[in-house]
Ligand binder design. Structure first.
Ligand SMILES: Nc1ncnc2c1ncn2[C@@H]1O[C@H](COP(=O)(O)OP(=O)(O)OP(=O)(O)O)[C@@H](O)[C@H]1O
Length: 393
C-alpha cells in the first residue's frame, strides 16, 4: 500500500437478508461453513440482496471522501465495514493508523458508565494509552461542552449530548483516520458549526470519510466524492463533479396540490428546464378555482435541493391581486437575471386569499425543477450577488 494511503477498500461487498428468520438461518449456515473450512456462499440466496457491492477506493492523508447516495444506498453499511463493526462478505479493507469514528448514535458507549469513563473506554479502543487520554481529557470535555454532566451515566444523556461526546472523542484524539456519519446532524446549529470547522482543520492531517445528505457541507469539507446507488459505486471523482451528478439524479414531483382548497384543474410549465447563469425563466401557470374564491395573490419561491428558499416573490408586492372570474385563469411570470450558482433548483407556487393576511388557498410544492449552469461557482444553492466594489485608500 502506498505510503500516504491510509484507507484502502478493495472489491468490498456485503449482503443482507430481507427478513430476520432468513438472516438468522443464513448466519448459522455461514458460521458452520466457516468452522468446517468450506467456502461461503458468495452468490445471493433467496431473499438476500447486496447492500454494498464491489466497492473499491482509497483515501490518502490530507483527503476527505464524501459518501453520497439516496436513503438505503449502502453508505452506513460501508462505513461500518470500514470501521470493523461488520465484516464484508467479499473484498478487503486496509486501514493504517488509529481510527476515530462517529457512526451510530450512542454506538460504542456503555450506557451505565459516566461520560468520563466512556471517554477512557472509547479512546482505549481506538488504541490510546491511559497517559495519552489523561492529557486529552480536559480538551475532550471542553469541546463537548459537557463539564457539568461528565460524571452522569451516558444513558441519561440526550441525543445531542451523545453526539457531542462521540464527536469530541473521535476528533480530539487526533486519529489518522476519521469516519463521520450523518448522525452529526443531531447536534444543535452552534455545535454543528464547531464540528465542521474542526473537521476542515483535521482533514488536512488525517484521511477522512464523511457521509451527509447536505451538498453544501460536502462541497465545503470533502475533496472527492463517491456516489452510491443500491450498493454499487456509480462514480468516484472530484467532489463538485459527484454532487452535480447526484443532483441531476434528484427528482421531485407533485402528487397533489396541498391546502384548504384543491383546484379542479391546474397546469404549471417552465419555458425551459435548463438555463445559463443570469438568464431568465418564464413560468406559465393555469388554474381553475371554485367560485368561493373571489380574489387571490400569487406567490412563488425557488428552493435549493435541500428545500431551502433562495428567492421568493408575491404578486401583491407589485400591486397585483388577481380576480377569479369562474373560468380558467392563465398567468405568466418572468423571473429575470437568475444569479444562482450551478445546480438544480425547485419551484413552489402558492395562492393566498385577498392579501398578505389572507389564508393560504393552495400550494404546489416542487411543482417544477430547473438546472442552472454556466456560473463560475459551484457552491450549490446560493446567490452570487452583483456588488459595487470601491477602493477607498
Ligand atoms: N443489519 C441489517 N440487516 C438487513 N438489512 C440491512 C441491515 N443494515 C442495513 N440493511 C439494509 O441495507 C441497505 C443499505 O442500508 P444503509 O443503512 O447502509 O443505507 P444508507 O445509504 O446509509 O441510507 P441512509 O441515507 O438512509 O442512512 C438498506 O436496504 C437497509 O435496509
Amino acid at each position: 500500500m502506498e505510503k500516504d494511503v491510509l484507507i484502502k477498500a478493495e472489491h468490498v461487498s456485503k449482503k443482507f437478508a430481507k427478513n430476520l428468520k432468513k438472516s438468522l438461518f443464513y448466519g448459522v449456515q455461514d458460521l458452520i461453513s466457516g468452522i468446517s473450512g468450506r467456502t461461503q456462499h458468495n452468490d445471493l440466496r433467496k431473499d438476500e440482496f447486496w447492500a454494498v457491492k464491489d466497492i473499491s477506493f482509497e483515501v490518502k492523508r490530507g483527503e476527505c471522501l464524501g459518501l453520497i447516495g439516496h436513503n438505503g444506498a449502502g453508505k452506513s453499511t460501508l462505513l461500518k465495514i470500514l470501521n470493523g463493526l461488520i465484516a464484508p462478505d467479499e473484498g478487503t479493507v486496509t486501514i493504517k493508523g488509529k481510527i476515530g469514528a462517529l457512526i451510530e448514535l450512542g454506538a460504542g458507549f456503555n450506557p451505565i458508565l459516566s461520560g468520563r469513563e466512556n471517554i477512557y473506554n472509547n479512546a482505549a479502543v481506538i488504541g490510546f494509552i491511559k497517559k495519552e487520554i489523561d492529557e486529552k481529557l480536559d480538551a475532550i470535555i471542553a469541546f463537548a461542552e459537557l463539564e457539568e454532566f461528565i460524571d452522569m451515566p451516558v444513558q441519561n444523556y440526550s441525543s445531542g449530548m451523545k453526539v457531542r461526546l462521540g464527536f469530541a472523542i473521535a476528533a480530539q484524539m487526533e486519529p489518522d483516520v476519521l469516519i463521520i456519519d450523518e448522525v452529526l446532524a443531531v447536534g444543535d446549529a452552534n455545535f454543528r458549526a464547531k464540528c465542521f470547522n474542526k473537521m476542515s482543520e483535521l482533514s488536512k492531517r488525517c484521511a477522512m470519510i464523511f457521509v451527509s445528505h447536505s451538498m453544501p457541507l460536502l462541497g465545503r469539507i470533502c475533496s472527492s466524492g463517491l456516489l452510491m446507488r443500491k450498493g454499487e459505486l456509480l462514480i468516484i471523482d472530484e467532489i463538485n463533479e459527484v454532487i452535480h451528478n447526484y443532483m441531476m439524479d434528484q427528482d421531485l414531483s407533485i402528487e397533489n396540490a396541498v391546502g384548504d382548497i384543491i383546484p379542479e384543474y391546474y397546469n404549471i410549465k417552465l419555458s425551459r428546464n435548463q438555463i445559463r447563469y443570469m438568464e431568465e425563466l418564464e413560468v406559465d401557470f393555469s388554474i381553475l378555482l371554485p367560485n368561493s374564491i373571489k380574489k387571490f395573490i400569487l406567490h412563488y419561491s425557488i428552493l435549493d435541493q435541500e428545500m431551502k428558499t433562495i428567492y421568493q416573490a408575491f404578486s401583491l408586492t407589485d400591486d397585483l391581486i388577481f380576480e377569479n372570474k369562474n373560468k380558467e385563469i392563465r398567468i405568466k411570470f418572468l423571473i429575470e437575471n437568475i444569479d444562482l450558482t450551478n445546480g438544480k433548483y425547485f419551484l413552489n407556487i402558492g395562492l393566498i386569499e385577498n392579501d398578505f393576511k389572507g389564508k393560504n388557498i393552495c400550494r404546489f410544492d416542487g411543482a417544477e425543477s430547473f438546472i442552472v449552469s454556466g456560473s463560475k461557482y459551484n457552491s450549490f444553492g446560493s446567490i452570487v450577488k452583483k456588488t459595487k466594489w470601491e477602493v477607498i485608500s
